[in-house]
Design a protein around this ligand. Sequence first.
Ligand code: SAM
Length: 319
Amino acid sequence: MKWNKYSIKTTTEAVDLISASLSELGIEGIEICDNVQLTKEEAKSMFVDFIPDLPEDDGSAVVNFYLDSEDDDHTILDKVKDEIESLRIFCNVGEGTITESETEDKDWINNWKQYWHTFNIGDLYIKPTWEEVTEEMKGHPILSIDPGTAFGTGSHETTRLVIRQLQKYVKSGDEVLDVGCGSGILSVVALKYGAGHAFGTDLDPNAIIASHENADQNDISHSQLEVIEGNIIDDKAIKDACGYEKYDIVCANILADVLEPLSTCIHEHMKVGAYFITSGIIDSKEEEVVTAFKKNPHLEIVEVNHDGEWVNVTARRAN
Ligand SMILES: C[S@@+](CC[C@H](N)C(=O)[O-])C[C@H]1O[C@@H](n2cnc3c(N)ncnc32)[C@H](O)[C@@H]1O
């Protein structure tokens, strides 16, 4: 599908009103470019771990929107122009000029797939569902995965860090809890390496769908890989559904800001001697996470590993 991209030159003051007007005109997928720093709360709600330093905010902003080129006869564009002019009495919309840039041909959901191919982590082959099993892969554990719109192809450093730990610590018949399961990739890996059962949780409903699909792709039943939507940190019903003192392995590839509160209560779900394998920690937060883990007397840190700027902390329930 081809899209016409339009960019409105405006001010940070007018961005909210312009976005609301675009949405009332039925325009979806608005993009705002400005130099306003995200607050910590915004970063958390958007799962952003690392807030980059931006140049000074000069009050200028650009609002981009896209129209399907086949339907775009400039009717909507003319309405947008009228809206911008009428907003001038409410706020400073700045220049309010609209520029049209080159038409891009993008299938936003699927385009990345051409860059993702089969790769291996140790003896494990991770292959996109649309690629064939080759001779080279035969005789090795093979994971067939399509993350859909959830996180987890296995190629991200954080996922790789946890997979390497699963390869090391999973034992036959283990019970595995996968907090923030995304595509379900970590559960599927654990099951491939002999775990008996995996239970995944995620806040994102797409993760539940993707995990079930990936279980199917790998001949894993939905009773072997169960997935629920919700937050194990503060929702008693989710805690109860996960169960207590039950797991041999807990993995969580989630941002440091989530791992810290999780580290205060995760031992309740682990057997004594069980491993808590975490990643999603950017190196600048390593010390903060390690300190948080050390505050829980039930946990002892057994390993800290690095891959690029990402960190894995593996702890054991000591008592
Ligand atoms: C970085 S992805 C990891 C996905 C997959 N486990 C992997 O390793 O590739 C983090 C996932 O955690 C989920 N998440 C964030 N906070 C969470 C929470 N408090 N409880 C459960 N899931 C959470 C996100 O929706 C996202 O799917």
